[in-house]
Design a binder for this molecule. Structure first.
Ligand code: SF4
Length: 66
């Protein structure tokens, strides 16, 4: 599975980074957007990434099958 980001919805809350810091990073300041790794999420990171998707307050993240 891989992560898709809707940058129109992302508001830089950084909950994703808190849940899965190896996969997401968010800059500081207003207007910051998430940066997510591309490609297949490794199995050992999938639980954290799923939590990030779940807890994103704007539902900007989505897990999709390749
Ligand atoms: S993807 Fe969601 S949790 Fe992550 S920075 Fe954007 S709005 Fe915040």
């Amino acid at each position: 599975m891989r992560v898709e980001v809707d940058f129109d919805l992302c508001q830089g809350h950084a909950e994703c980074q808190a849940e899965a810091p190896d996969w997401f990073s968010v800059g500081k300041g207003s207007g910051a957007k998430v940066r997510a790794k591309r490609g297949e999420v490794p199995a050992d990171q999938l639980p954290a990434v799923k939590d990030a998707v779940k807890y994103c307050p704007t539902q900007a993240l989505r897990l999709v099958e390749d």
